[in-house]
Design a protein around this ligand. Sequence first.
Ligand SMILES: [Zn+2]
Length: 282
Amino acid sequence: MVSSIKDIFNQLLIRSKTGLRMTFWVRSVMFDFVWYKEKAKIPPSGYLKEQVLEKENQRILLCIPHPDDEVLGCYFFLQHEAYRQKIELLYVTKGNRCATAKNYTDIAEKRMHESRNALTGLPLEAIYQWDLDDGSLKEEKAAVRDRIERHVATMNYDIILSTASEDLTPDHAALGHMIQDITPREGVKKLFYRSTWSTFGIEEADYIYTGDYRTKKRAVKSFITQSHIPLLNPILFSALECRLAHGIFQPVEIFIDSDHYTGKSRCNRKNMLHWKQAKTAL
Ligand SMILES: [Zn+2]
């Protein structure tokens, strides 16, 4: 009963643009409350060492299934690496089939605009946006994989990033499989990142990036059209996960070499949008 009243309330709110903004504001206040409550629970007793890319000036392609995954999974990474590396973004789908698409006549442009706002100030080498519908990657897997392969063949990338192949969002998983399948030139590193599903755990990570939660929160808040989803929770999930693993409450973004990825960790298939699951993650 309680959840159905909550659902009805949420539905009413997300039917209008003002409602979406209000939803985000309410979520944001709640998020801060939980954040500081969790932070106060255990004084920092541990230490987390970032593990970042060693070499500078590498050409990196960040493959993004939907506009917002780049911020959820790679914001600290971009903050750290955009100044050291040459990073290109590839938005594989337009993100045009989200639940609030009916509120906007131009949802694809709107989401791209939100992404640009979220990444303001970060120097990026290039941005590509492909004209694919979200939700179509699984069906179009062979064609999209070939298209990625052709794109990669013309560029001299050193690193390619994507969501993992065992992700539970179909587009994310399909993209992960495509990246696993392509054969770029020798020595190209393929890394997986996490967006809303915990596809691997902090103890498996090859690279760990941290940053200030308030700046990431501000970036996530750019995605007003996605206010129906509790997009701030993955930040909290990662901080809880880090506290359990390293004794310090610190938001993290983690990356794993696709060659090391098994998709079978105990963290797999935990939805980071429900941060309470982090408490049983380890
Ligand atoms: Zn996505």
